[in-house]
Design a protein around this ligand. Sequence first.
Ligand SMILES: Cc1ncc(C[n+]2csc(CCOP(=O)(O)OP(=O)(O)O)c2C)c(N)n1
Ligand SMILES: [Mg+2]
Length: 644
Amino acid sequence: MSDENAATNREAVNPRNGDGGADAVVLTGAEIVCECLLHEGVDIVFGYPGGAILPTYDALTKYPQLHHVLTRHEQGASHMADGYARATGKVGVAMATSGPGATNLVTGIATAMMDSSPIVCITGQVPTGAIGSDAFQETDVTGITLPITKHNYLVTSIDELPEVMREAFHIARTGRPGPVLVDIPKDVQIQEAEFVYPTEPIQLAGYSPPKTARARQVAAALELIRDSKRPIILAGHGISMAGANRELAQLAEKAQIPIALTLLGKGAISEHHPLCLGMMGMHGGAEVNHAIQQADLLIALGMRFDDRVTGNLATYARDSRKIHVDIDPSEINKNVTVDVGIVGDLGEVLRQLLDRVERRPNEAWFDRIAEWRADSELREIVRPAEAPQHPAVPEGKLLGAQVIRDLFEFTAGGAITVTDVGQHQMWEAQYYQHERPHSLITSGGLGTMGFGLPAAIGAKMSRPDQEVWAIVGDGGFQMTMMELATAVQERVNVHIAIINNGFLGMVRQWQEFFYEERYNQTPMVNPDFCKLAEAYGIPTVRVTERGQIEEAVNASRAQTAGPTLIDFVVEKEEIVFPMVPAGADLDDMIRRPTPAEFEQQRRGRAVAAKAPEPQTPESTPPESKPSESEEPAAAAALGSRFGV
Ligand SMILES: Cc1ncc(C[n+]2csc(CCOP(=O)(O)OP(=O)(O)O)c2C)c(N)n1
Ligand SMILES: [Mg+2]
């Protein structure tokens, strides 16, 4: 991530003499925090006050350029800062008091860490003299967040404060971005000192994010590309974070290499691009996973071989050579051993490769992928109205997958979508095709339920020009739905789509597949979400049939002030297909049957109902066999429960 957003809106405010110059002035620690925020280009702070941070809240009154958003829970503040950051690449800022305020930020910090999102969290701390005494609302937040921050600081002297603040933003936004926490004891906020904003270049021992690749590594990568017959690019979050989208497309086009996307890689290249295959991994396209397994060269760009995209590492892309480019050296050879590891900025490295890349396209490789895709299309349930429908689609039921597909159509694919975690998240990934970077915001690494609504509020506040949809499950929404009040208070025009299946749907799916349909603790008694939102004064509509979606979406889009909410009441027992069971081989997927297989199974079930007999192995479609996984796979259940 570049430094370009830094220090842009510095309208210097010196509350004591108002001249804003670089000359030293005497300020409190709290005022220094505000000055530094302005220097860093911050315009919005998401937070929640309390005793140990009160001096800074008081100082904020003198800085009207810093708009403070009062969340209803500190978790909301860290997710909003994260959503704000992901939508623009600017650093998001969250603020909280000590103790419970600080610990409430933790889930949001860990979420940002796992997805390399640049946020700075500022927490109040008990006075320095009281640290370690179990003082009221004391907690060791730098200790707690050590493993989930890129870096953190406890500021024990006001003299350190300006430099620490500057470093915090620098570390958050440079190299592989991530969260930084600055913990400031109350007395440090109150003390006074001369303040001059440091201007000398930041030099941190042991921290200098690499830029270009070594010529030898570039040559080695080019050789592997030239010799490959079945190459595939694996594009991750790093592409959009580095702003290397154009270079990615150019590389793929010049060398005629297909591209598979990780979940956070969506938006790296338009999903309508002919070389873009779509999403890989646990709920990725079967044709994409087959292509990865059959490839002779993986070119992994800004992705980290997460277990959700590799499946069983022992059998992962066994016959391929591997190139891995990442800004973070610790990612190279972490999960997957590679032939060529390149550490550098993706934009720079891709430009280095682009200059000299050559390859003869192999039509046979594209033909194979097309065959796999044709097979996937047979199994597809969300089809245009005029096409014959898959027999597995239940009559008169609204499917979550259909909702997402229609939302994609009726927003012309142009919205920023922010999801929560669960089945709806995977349907979003499968059915909302993204064209632009930063247009899908989702918790990929930590998989944080409750992320969706607050992150969408943050995203809309950083991109007020964009249409923003929060696509949330009925479970996750209830984890942070108190932030409806924040959206109302700030008049944030975020459109909320609840995919309401009355279940913790994704967990229910695992119980169906791997725990013999024991649906323990996954059905939910929900509130009336429309009435709930109406209590906040939010316009709502409930949708129970596919035919109602267009009108509801249009009505929602027509509202341009404040939030709106649609309660999509969908089929309870829908499954996200395909699925690679955890730990299984990547191409050993549970598939939805083709129409022909489905009819065959239906006939088989009818016969079995007359004269019950154990299922023959042949009645299970070949690719539908459950694989050996760490889950106690209930093989018998799998054969009979393939419909949606
Ligand atoms: C904070 C948190 N707790 C638990 C989980 C485990 N989990 C993953 S998906 C899921 C169910 C989500 O249900 P819902 O929000 O209704 O979405 P659906 O799957 O039904 O679309 C759960 C409990 C999680 N990801 N995050
Ligand atoms: Mg649900």
